[in-house]
Ligand binder design. Structure first.
Ligand code: 5GP
Length: 134
């Protein structure tokens, strides 16, 4: 069965899209630790990120870097936190989380509860920044 993220790529499940190209797709995490918390995924469904072949693996991180830089221009933060868990969704993905201190990346912290309009607004602004820089 296709993963939730494959269904998002196909448009079967809605998402707050940030950016995409032929191989990768970036969208806001629905349970964000911070405003702008984004997931960067391979369109091809591979469960474990270390099973992604080397060229695509490097390109995934290069794409995530561009997305992260776009997030930084919209969401003020000290650093862009980058983390890979993949414990819930078996489809390789990178979390990009705007942080000011290490504990901002704790997944034990309560998640933000944002309204649809706020997700849309954040996604549109980051998408704009991404387009201006690529
Ligand atoms: P992980 O697999 O990295 O442990 O966690 C999966 C992440 O995907 C979680 O942060 C969760 O909030 C996010 N997530 C799970 N399902 C959806 C979904 O349908 N849409 C979006 N935008 N994010 C999701």
């Amino acid at each position: 069965m296709a993963s939730i993220f494959s269904r998002i790529v196909k448009g079967e499940i809605p998402s707050y899209k940030i950016a995409e190209n032929n191989d990768f797709y970036a969208f806001l995490d629905i349970n964000p630790l911070a405003k702008g918390h984004t997931l960067v995924i391979l369109k091809k469904e591979v469960d474990y990120i270390f099973d992604v072949e080397d060229v695509l693996y490097k390109e995934l991180f290069a794409f995530a870097k561009k997305v992260g830089k776009a997030i930084e221009t919209v969401i003020p933060c000290k650093r862009m936190g980058i983390i890979v868990f993949g414990l819930d969704v078996p489809h390789a993905h990178i979390h990009l989380i705007p942080i000011n201190k290490a504990s901002d990346m704790s997944f034990d912290s309560p998640k933000l509860s944002l309204e649809n309009e706020e997700f849309l607004e954040i996604a549109a602004r980051i998408n704009q920044a991404y387009k201006e820089n690529t």
